[in-house]
Ligand binder design. Sequence first.
Ligand code: ADP
Ligand code: MG
Ligand code: ZN
Length: 612
Amino acid sequence: MNKNMKRSLISYLIFFALIFGVLYLIQGGNQNVNMKYTEKNFSDDMKAGKVKTVYLQQNAEVPTGTVVLGMKDGNRIQFYVTDVKEFKELYVRLRDSYNVKVIFEMSDVVRPSLLEKLLPYLIGVIGLVIVIMLFAGMQGAAGGGNSMSNFGRSKARMISDANNNVTFNEVAGLSEEKEDLEEVVDFLKSPAKYVELGARIPKGILLVGPPGTGKTLLAKAVAGEAHVPFFTISGSDFVEMFVGVGASRVRDLFAEAKKNAPCIIFIDEIDAVARRRGSGLGGGHDEREQTLNQMLVEMDGFSVNEGIIVMAATNRVDILDPAILRPGRFDRKIAVGKPDVKGREDILKIHTKNKPLAEDIDLHEIARTTAGFAGADLENLMNESAISAAKDSRKYIIKEDVDKAFIKVGIGTERRSRVIPKEDLKVTAYHEAGHALLFHLLDGVGPVYTVSIIPTGQGAAGYTMPLPENDNVHVTRGKMLNDIKVCLGGRIAEEMIMDDIATGASQDIKQATAAARAMVVKYGMSDELGLINYETDNEEETFVGRDIGHHRMLSENTAATIDREVKRIVDECYAEAKSILEENVNVLHACAQRLLEKERIDRAEFESLFEI
Ligand code: ADP
Ligand code: MG
Ligand code: ZN
């Protein structure tokens, strides 16, 4: 069976090579020949001085030929001539009478080699042989050997320890993430230590974050630190046109990994296979489900301490099948975010290590002006700068190179991570500071864990993360009101520093309104309307439009009262939140200022602002 497998693998290779060969020949035969271009056009272009080079090639045994013109504007024109000799005379005439300077070249007659003549027949014969072999192979498969399984041979690339020189030193910033992975490294170095103590190390680690933030790099660094082999495969490699191929690839991959344990399996872009099952659009999702199922089976199949760690990366955790997040699978999630100023400076340092910089380059300054850039963008920026310097034959990079590269990279990354204008950053800083101050100052909400103005990649310009201190079963009226005030705080802070108002707070407003509405119609917290549930929980009606459902049940009067009550609650919260922020306007300024400096501040630093 082994011999069988080898043979059909080779035949697949030949088969694909032939297909490419044929395509190439068909293409090469009349590569972009311009059938409308004639000697007349050529005369005109020569007269106009548009031609830079003329390359003439005569066909074998016939007077016809092909001409390739290199035009001064960089275009290439290829056309046929019926008589090479005549064309050459025409060219000489034009050159002499218009005194144009053109580079002329004429190739020897091209005679098709014997091979070229025979190739079409050869292809036919070989193709036939392959088809016969394939059929024979399939017949054999019925008897036990399965030659189709060769398609399933793992596409994973194994990077052995010796070839992997990435360590944590190559990963800048991300110190919390590295710390989280430290124990995994230690486990891979000496699994026995953990096994003896009966400790359970996570089998699967999911790295979540926007593109280019260093997820792949981080996974590789774990392998490099632990000196273990690294198997890498992309989720999209699993998804093939043949049903069952993905699943068998997964099997092969895990089998291969077990032979090389301890090791790391890294599945990049896992969302390609691990999308929520049963939600596939169109055909083909059966294949994906099989692949995913196989992956879950394999992950459940090896015991915890076999020394295999499966790492995976995605930027879309929201579309993943919840099954892969269960205990014993990818039970550890590590968020890899975009870098803050300090992180960006460190990343720049790494990627300029072997690039000579002129004295006018200040990496700190570059870090400050690249808010919103991911690690990959920064790497790209310095690479483009180096290219720009090389183009000018300089031995070092100057500020101008970086500025040029900045425009290039900035445009290229527009959709991934756009450069954020200073003014926008300021608005975001005040917005988040507004939320953060209220979290801190109001009862029952907060404390603040992190405040950040680094875009999340999910569309938010920044975020304020509270750290709820106790899990309350009952949410009180007071807490609900305070939640609404926190929601409104972002917009209020914006209003306090800007002449005009922006659209950034729509989500907050929506949330505040929904909370106020729930208080009135669901929790009986409005004196005027009392303890009556005015909600309509009929889900089908949402399809037609929720509001239609509401109004059918409520009298005009009640509906108007609800609206009035909701507005009253929001208005009162607004007024109170505003007065709190105004009382603490100094802290608000300090907080926004600090955010603009550092882009992300933690709890201790945030709280220290109140002591000034
Ligand atoms: P992801 O997998 O998150 O899309 P990668 O790990 O492929 O991102 O990052 C692409 C490149 O960007 C890396 O090879 C590295 O050169 C650079 N890079 C990204 N993040 C960092 C970082 N934190 N430190 C150093 N380089 C980084
Ligand atoms: Mg990647
Ligand atoms: Zn907000």
